[in-house]
Ligand binder design. Structure first.
Ligand code: ADP
Ligand code: MG
Length: 228
């Protein structure tokens, strides 16, 4: 489903590429952990495959769609239709409630917010152990904000979920809830899941593990984990 070929990402000031992937293929509905030390290129990799960042060279193809050929606007539309993203910075809007934040991307695109969508948003927040759905997000803890960002990413039933360290701000119990929910939803809705993580519990349950070092894939292992 995802094919990467001859990919490099260079930054003007640096002599070596910050990401270099000669070839990578990811089948639909696979669950993948992207691991490696801080600065190894995990976020860059996730930003490239979601089309947020254009590579210096190479091809990034999801099904038949070559992302590098799309304009910025077309790429935004493609991402909105196919990808649920949980970023390291949550990009929530202060002054709006948790529930309003979850619904906001759809409201921006002038979707009609049906009762069914509202119910799905509420149910996601509940499953994520986030009862304060009518609180202004500015008043939430970092962990709560993270759970709102996750609910928002999952709302439109994306084919691909891309999460950048989704359990990084959370205590052990909430980390496990998030890990379980991401696994359950990706399994139930047959979506591809890519997660940059240092979280052992989460990574051990994903089917494949990519280990990055200095922008290069050092190992690519099937873990033997079964879909949940
Ligand atoms: P990770 O998510 O694994 O911590 P990143 O993908 O954020 O790593 O970064 C990989 C490397 O590229 C780091 O050395 C980082 O400093 C560098 N880098 C990423 N983006 C930029 C940028 N816009 N300008 C300069 N260096 C960058
Ligand atoms: Mg990162």
């Amino acid at each position: 489903m995802l094919e990467i070929k001859d990919l490099t990402v260079n930054i003007a000031a640096l002599p070596e590429p910050i990401l270099a992937i000669p070839h990578l293929s990811i089948p639909a509905a696979q669950q993948i952990a992207v691991m490696g030390p801080s600065g190894c290129g995990k976020s860059t990799f996730l930003n490239i495959i979601s089309g947020l960042l254009k590579p210096t060279a190479g091809s990034v193809k999801w099904r038949q769609q070559e992302l590098t050929a799309l304009s910025a606007t077309a790429c935004d539309t493609w991402r909105f239709q196919h990808v649920g993203m949980v970023m390291q910075d949550f990009y929530l809007t202060n002054g709006l409630t948790a529930l309003e934040n979850v619904l906001l991307p759809l409201a921006f695109r002038h979707w009609r917010i049906s009762d069914a969508l509202k119910q799905r948003a509420e149910s996601l927040l509940e499953q994520l152990n986030m009862p304060r759905r009518h609180s202004d997000v500015a008043k939430l803890s970092r962990g709560e904000m993270q759970r709102v960002a996750i609910a928002r990413a999952l709302l439109a039933q994306p084919q691909v979920i891309i999460a950048d360290e989704p359990t990084a701000s959370l205590d052990a119990e909430n980390s496990r809830n998030i890990a379980r929910l991401l696994l359950e939803i990706s399994e139930k809705e047959k979506c591809t899941l890519l997660v940059a993580t240092h979280d052992r519990f989460l990574s051990e349950q994903l089917q494949r593990r990519l280990l990055l070092q200095n922008g290069v894939i050092m190992s690519d292992q099937q873990t033997g984990a079964q879909p949940c």
